[in-house]
Design a binder for this molecule. Sequence first.
Ligand code: ADP
Ligand code: MG
Length: 213
Amino acid sequence: MDKLYVELFQRMFIRGARLIIEKEPYLTEIDSVIGDGDHGTGMKRGCEALEKLFLKEKYAFVDELCYAVSTELIKTMGGASGIIFGTMFFGGISRLSHRDYVDARELSEYFLEGERAIERRGKARPGQKTMLDALYPACVAMESCVARSSDVVLLFKDGYEAAVRGAEDSKLMKSQMGRSKNFKEKTLGFPDPGAVSASLWFQAFYETVSEVR
Ligand code: ADP
Ligand code: MG
């Protein structure tokens, strides 16, 4: 698949929202141990709002779709992650053309630019036990994928696998950012909740595109 059309891209976001809603108890559980326990409910609130919005709204252009996703998340989620996950889908919008499809290279640049925007905004870097520890490896994997292939399914496969590995690797990190930094050593052995959420988005993205091939 060389082109991802906006209709399928919207279905990817719907699937991501549903998966995060389903995993809310787990996200809450980890954020309760190493944070203030509100990550799961915040993500769930944003994702329910997104699902509701998408029941009535369909988008003609990919940049419009990503703009709607990010503004809805920022508006409804609250907490640090409202801004962070809003920025994940907003920061790279300038890399998307104003048309009804996007290709693998543009997608790779879109996610990488979003990751950089989060770094600027939150003043964090990968390695500090945040969602960047799933998102950044996913971006690196996608960048390397587009150097070899123009296949969107492969792009999300590589992104998803790297995000899952990144969330897993975050178990070995001590928290240095956000509220969980107060828990220091206690955070060892637990994945960062935001990193798990980022990997869930990529899981849903990959599962959606892989089913239409
Ligand atoms: P809050 O910290 O306001 O309680 P949440 O619990 O909803 O927000 O989200 C916590 C998640 O936000 C963390 O697991 C981490 O992944 C992410 N996070 C926190 N601060 C930053 C930051 N500066 N940069 C990137 N991600 C961050
Ligand atoms: Mg929290």
